[in-house]
Each structure stands twice: as C-alpha cells, then as structure tokens.
Design a protein around this ligand. Sequence first.
Ligand SMILES: Cc1cc2nc3c(=O)[nH]c(=O)nc-3n(C[C@H](O)[C@H](O)[C@H](O)COP(=O)(O)OP(=O)(O)OC[C@H]3O[C@@H](n4cnc5c(N)ncnc54)[C@H](O)[C@@H]3O)c2cc1C
Length: 394
Amino acid sequence: MAFPAFPLTRANALERLDSFLPAAAGAYARLRNKEKGQGQHEHVSRLSAALRRRVVSEEEVVSAVLERHSLAAAEKFVSEVFWRTYWKGWLEQRPEVWEQYLGSVQEARDALDATAARRARYQAAIEGRTGIDCFDAWVAELEETGYLHNWARMQFASIWIFTLDLPWELGAAHMVDRLIDADPASNTLSWRWVAGLHTAGKAYLADPERIRSMTDGRYSPKGLARAARIPSDRIAVPSPTSIRTAVLPDPVIPTLLLVTTEDLSMENIDTMRRLPVKAIALIKGRSEWDEIALGDALSRLAEIWPEATALGTVDPDRLADTARAAGCTQIATAFLPVGPVASSIAPYRADLAKSGVAFSESLRDWDRHGWPHCRKGFFALKEKIPALIRSARA
Ligand SMILES: Cc1cc2nc3c(=O)[nH]c(=O)nc-3n(C[C@H](O)[C@H](O)[C@H](O)COP(=O)(O)OP(=O)(O)OC[C@H]3O[C@@H](n4cnc5c(N)ncnc54)[C@H](O)[C@@H]3O)c2cc1C
C-alpha cells in the first residue's frame, strides 16, 4: 500500500515523523511557506491529522525533533507546534467563543438568502468558480484531499473575507467540514486572526505579488482587495476563565475506557496506563478519516488491555447504562477540550454523576503547563517555550 500523504495511524505517523526529522530545522525554517501545490507539500510535516487526534502527541513530536536538533535550530517548527497549543488553550479559557461561533454560522447562513448577490458569490466560492486562479485551485485541492498548506489557508481565508466579501464564519465552516485535520480551536481562531478579530485591528491581507512568488509563478491572481475592511464582530469575546477542572480517574475502580478522536494515544498518559479497564467503548467519529484513526487506536488498546470487552460505539446518552451493564463504576477518557465531542457529552454529565458512574478525564501535562500561558497573545506562550520544554523533559 502507498504511504498515506496525511498519516492517521500511529505506525504511519511515527514513520512520517522519523522521515521528516532531518528537515525539521533549517530546511523547514527556509521553505515552510513555499506553496508547491497539491501532492508536493514535502517542506512541511503533514502530521496535523495525526496531531489533531493525538495519534501522536505534541510532546512526542517536539521531543523527537529536539533529540536531533537544538531548540535554536528547530525554533520555527517547535513554535508552529506551540501555535496549536496556543489556540487550544485560548479557546479552552473562553468556551463561549465556540458556542457563539456556532450560532453566528447559522445566522450568516440564514442571512445569505436575503441578498442574491451575496448568495451567488458564496456559491461561486464554494464551487471554485470565482475566476481567482489560486483560490479556485485551493477550493479543488481542499475538496479532493482534505488538506491545504498553512500559507494557502491564510490566502484562502483572506481572499474569502476581504475580496469576496463573505462572512468569515461561513468560510471557517466550509473549511472545517472538509479538513482532514479539522480542529475547532485552530480553525475558528485562525479564521478570526486573518479577519483581524483576534489581534484587534490586525488583519492578514493576501498580496498578489507574494502569491506569485510563493507559488513559483503558478498563480497570478487578479482583482484582490487592496485593503482589509475588518468585519464587525458578532462574537462578544469574554475575559479568560480558569481551565475546567476535571475529575481524575480512581486507579482501582473497574473502568470503562472511552475512546474519542480528541486523544488516540491515551495509553501513553500516566494516570490512564495502569487503570483496571474492563470495557472499551468509543464515541463515533465524524468522518471516514476519524474511523481509520479510531480503528487503529482500538487495536492498540486491545493489546494493552486484552481482557477488556470491546463494546463498540456508544451514544453519549447511553454512557451510564453501558458502563453499569459492563460492571464499571467509572468512565475514563482523556480531557475533552472545547469542541463537538465535549458538547455531545456535556448534557449527560449530571446523569452520570447521579447514576453513580464517575466520569474522569486526564489532562496531559503538556496542556496543563502550556494552557495557562494562552490567555493573551501568542508571544506570552512563545517566551515560555524553553521552560515548558525543560519541564516536559524533566
Ligand atoms: C484559516 C486556517 C485554518 C486552519 N485550520 C486548522 C485546523 O482545522 N486544524 C489544524 O490542525 N490546523 C489548522 N490550521 C493551522 C495549519 O494550517 C495546519 O496545522 C498546518 O497547515 C498543518 O500542516 P502540517 O502538519 O504539515 O504543519 P507543519 O508546518 O509541519 O507544523 C507541524 C504541526 O504544528 C501545528 N501547526 C502548524 N502551524 C499551525 C498553525 N498556524 N496553527 C495551529 N497549529 C499549527 C500542526 O499541528 C502541525 O501539524 C489552520 C490555519 C489557517 C490559516
């Protein structure tokens, strides 16, 4: 079988990490913004689908890179991994932004029908018929592969918002529905960053000359906006709250291990590895890609807990009954960050507690140490990177 372009199994992800290591320092710093086109993204790791599901963790990726290169040499790559930590930590401390975003997508969809011209522009955008060469090609690549290079994502979002004059929320929703690495925090907040809504007044404007140069002349877009008119924000961004406190697993209680696409290498979390797991169940994924990654995780977990009963998929409203029927008084999973999985379970947390089934979540040290520095801009986290890495390696 050909090696997958965007690994979703642990074996494939570790193989990709290993083969990418030589390029993770100087070559990455020099070439990471070169957009070479579909199937040619070898200057970047293409590990995002695996990292997003924690098929491999940020800590494993960064450690492997720093075994090979100094932090100074691999600073660019390591910083990019920390951008992921930043977005996750920022949203975790402002969960309302996610809820409000979902509401504003719906509002923007409803409003589309009010203006025929806007509806037509939206339709042309999602079908890749705008006449803007790079944009139309990226629409097709996203549809076909589920991936766009980071730099292309920035141009895509900028053209959507400032040239096509479409609501950022609809662009974010269009992209996240197609991405193989779809992530509520990285996607929503990156779109807000491009729109000029994350760092007040600072938007990202796509520049035709730069697009020509970064794509080696493949594209020559015409008619791009010359100024960024920052949209008004439908989201009322609150002050950061503290990170949700999760109940830790009790190491001796019969446990149902709950597998979700939020963390598919739970076996590597200290508090989980030694649990008396009697049953393993999973929350269904949202895409075929999720199913591949979930299937791979289940087979690894079955090797670690061979005695555990495999229960297959469980609906969130059946969690309490399923655990009790399997003789378990505890459900253990990795911490569920803001996003669809956490939202699907939230309505049933109280029922679980009432029915005597503890719902425990293990927060990785990476997040526990990193997220508190994600309350303001990225710089506050960036300056902590050396210390965070030292504590991860201690
Ligand atoms: C509009 C927009 C939407 C995005 N949506 C998503 C998304 O839904 N899911 C997602 O994982 N990333 C998203 N990103 C971030 C980034 O584009 C991808 O993580 C990156 O392109 C993945 O390719 P790679 O694995 O080769 O990255 P590499 O360059 O090899 O970077 C290594 C890892 O660092 C992380 N990373 C790199 N750049 C960023 C970044 N800017 N923000 C957050 N994490 C980063 C990823 O986990 C990535 O796998 C988005 C960026 C933009 C501008």
